[in-house]
Design a protein around this ligand. Sequence first.
Ligand SMILES: Cc1ncc(COP(=O)(O)O)c(C=O)c1O
Length: 368
Amino acid sequence: MNVQEVREKFPMTKKYAYLNVANHGPPSLPVQDAVRGFLDDWDNLSRHGDKRTEEACVSFGKLINARPHEVCAQPNTSAGLTAVAETLKWRRGSNVVINDLENSANQVPWLSQRRRGVDVRIISGVDGAVRVEDVEEAMDDNTVALSISHVQWLTGARSDLRTLASIAHDHGALLVVDGIQAAGSLAVDVKRDDVDFYACGSYKWLLGPSGAGFLYVREELIDDLEPSFYGYRAVGKLDLDKPKLKETAKKMELGEPAYLSFVGTKAGVDMFLELGPGAIEERVLKLSGMLHDGLAELGVDLMSPSDEGLRSGVVSFSIDDAAKLRDQLRAAGIVVSLRPIGIRVSADFYNTEEEVERLLEHVGAFLS
Ligand SMILES: Cc1ncc(COP(=O)(O)O)c(C=O)c1O
């Protein structure tokens, strides 16, 4: 990958060392052009919003190795996760397994199932990650779902989805994944990993505007899925006596999608497909490896697991006066996030080694 060429597509890189994609992706030129193009088309009565939303779903499907009929449009990750939580077949004595590291987007939809009497089992993360043995212990044959992030929003711990799917399936349970901190940074393959549901929003590593999201539903589950809420987009031919649901993941949809966001997000996803998910993952892990090593050398308290198998694009560390450091970095043109556990840094494929080194130098100077 020619990083300098790539950076030409990201005007923000001329102003900032933007190490904050885990919060929001920067607007690349392809995304800006796609959005402007859509507005022009709209002005000329040719916006074709449904077709272009579907094209975005197809691109997202390619990104995670799903077929087009397994992907539906959602407004964000939370909507996808909520649609799943509300739709699963809960029985008396059912439980769901989540954990305390998750973003609340992947806790609230499950906690709210307590109103149906569902036992919500919350595993405690250890050293920033969910241990497989703790998942095994929490699950039993009454577990309906295990819901976990592919990459944790604060610690960056990467889940071994294949192993988790196998444990879940041994208990007759489903694996539900929050993918927003992984898709667009790591090479995702829902088939290889045997994932049942994968929800993802547009505005982080997918580099799109907010307002778009995707939900993958494994093909074999679609027929039996009886969504507890759905709208006209879920219905095929409308029979007023008995609306017939579509026979694809689109049976989980409601009304008109945020076309503009889907159009922009498709441009972001297509950039990723063009550069190659493998090449992007390699670059993201190289930069996050530099961050891990550099921060460890500085002696700061890393909140992200250092085990290479657990690494992702998200690296966090705790430090005294974290807000002051964030402000000083910002004044020096380096953008990171202040989070409850300290500073979160997230480098994407358009970032450079020099930017990472610059961040490390500032942290070193702050400590001395
Ligand atoms: C892991 C994770 N899941 C979900 C969300 C929220 O996603 P959305 O706004 O698309 O619902 C975030 C946002 O920070 C996140 O980091």
